[in-house]
Structures are given as C-alpha cells and as structure tokens.
Design a protein around this ligand. Structure first.
Ligand code: SAH
Length: 225
C-alpha cells in the first residue's frame, strides 16, 4: 500500500513521469547539459511547489504565481543557476536569497552539502519548510529576514544564489563570498534590462562575468513582511 504522500508524489495524468521527462528534454534542448542538475530536477516534483490550481502546468517551462505577487522561477532559470553554482566544483555551503516556493532550495539541497536560505515573506517560508520536510531534504536552514544583509553568522559561503533582482549588487553579499567561491545574481531594474551575473572571488579579487539576460522579480530592500 502506498501512503497518501507517495501517491501524491507519484502523481498521475499531468504529473506523470512522461510529462516530467518532457520538461527535462526541453531543458536539454535549451542547452542545459549538467547531468547532476538534470537528475536532480527529474527527481524533484515541481507540482508540490505550486498551488493546486496550477499543478497541471507545473512541468511547463514557465514561471507561475505563488501568491504575494511572487513567482516560482522558470525551470530553465533554476537549471541554469544550478549549473553555474556547480561549474567550478560542488560547493559545501550555499546561501540562497529568496526561498519563495522552496523549489530551487530543494534542488540545491539535493546537489550540495548544506543550504542556508532567506525569505522575507513568512507565509511563503512556512510553505517551503513543509515541502522540504515532505521530500526529506533536511540539510537546509531557513530564515525569515532581509536577504540584503546575507547571513554572516554562517558565512562566508562557497556559493550564493540570489533569486530576485536588485538594482545594484548588495555589498554585504559580496563580503560573504568565500575565497574560491561564487555568487550568481540577476541585476537590473524591474521590467528593464537585467543581467544574470556570476561573481567569483579568485585570490582575494572579485571577478564578474555576464551569463545571460534575465527577468526576475525585484529584490526588495528593508523590512520583512
Ligand atoms: N527560487 C524561488 C524564487 C521565488 S521569487 C522559487 O522558485 O520559488 C523571489 C523571492 O525572493 C520571493 O519569494 C520574494 O519574497 C523574495 N525576496 C525578495 N526580496 C527579498 C529580500 N530582500 N530578502 C529575502 N527574500 C526576498
């Protein structure tokens, strides 16, 4: 007998293995080639991270609303950022800014040793916590706070992933990149030209590289909601 959770995780119809596999093929067609990332996305059920009304669209390569004017990131974006995070070796300690639904958090938890993730909207964080528990991804610590400040008590981090776009790179986050570490962050105005950047600390010097164009919700400064 399958437990109700197992039945839900297996899914049926629109969440069948075939529908999920089609998303993986689409990501490969779009240039995602890191097998670790593809494997992780294959075994992380995205329909658990969206509201039930959208679960039929969970395996489309598109961002979807998660409430509070926020969205679960497009699978391509999650894959691309995860690839960038792993490019120079598997990081031990990762900081994520903008937990949102917790989907990218779950992928990071699968791919790396330890994940610290900050979200400014408490109700989103609570839902994310529950989903990570259902999936047994326990190597994650969540914090309800303003991500601009990072999480210095646990830093520096081998990798930082920022899931919302500031106009300028938050200096406190730069400080928390470990030597040899990296940060993937979209920068630019809401609705304007945004760029996904990779910033690495090599021999104490920060080096910046543009990965591609981007379109993210804004990284909101200041008080938590
Ligand atoms: N990867 C997430 C993306 C969610 S959208 C997912 O796929 O679900 C970006 C998230 O960043 C939102 O949940 C938003 O509330 C959060 N956010 C925006 N500004 C923030 C800040 N200053 N600190 C922490 N989280 C922030």
């Amino acid at each position: 007998m399958l437990s109700p959770t197992e039945v839900y995780l297996r899914g049926s119809g629109l969440t069948s293995p075939r529908v999920r596999e089609r998303l993986i093929e689409r990501l490969q067609d779009a240039g995602i080639s890191d097998e670790r990332v593809l494997r992780s996305m294959r075994r992380t059920p995205r329909h658990l991270f969206v509201e039930e009304a959208f679960s039929g669209r969970a395996y489309e390569d598109t961002a979807l609303p998660i409430g509070h004017g926020q969205t679960i990131s497009q699978p391509y974006t999650v894959a691309r950022m995860s690839e960038a995070i792993l490019r120079d070796g598997v990081p031990n300690k990762v900081l994520e800014i903008g937990t949102g639904s917790g989907y990218q958090t779950a992928i990071l938890a699968d791919l790396t040793n330890q994940v610290f993730s900050i979200e400014r909207i408490k109700s989103l964080q609570d839902l994310a916590r529950e989903r990570l528990r259902v999936l047994d991804r326990y190597n994650v610590r969540l914090r309800h706070a303003d991500g601009w400040q990072g999480w210095s008590a646990h830093g520096p981090f081998d990798a930082i992933l920022v899931a919302a776009a500031p106009d300028e790179i938050p200096p406190r986050l730069l400080e928390q990149i470990a030597e040899g570490g990296r940060m993937v962050i979209p920068v630019g105005p809401q609705g304007g030209v945004q760029r996904l950047l990779m910033i690495r600390r090599v021999d104490g010097v920060l080096r910046e590289e543009i990965l591609e164009g981007a379109s993210f919700v804004p990284l909101i400064a200041g008080a938590v909601a």
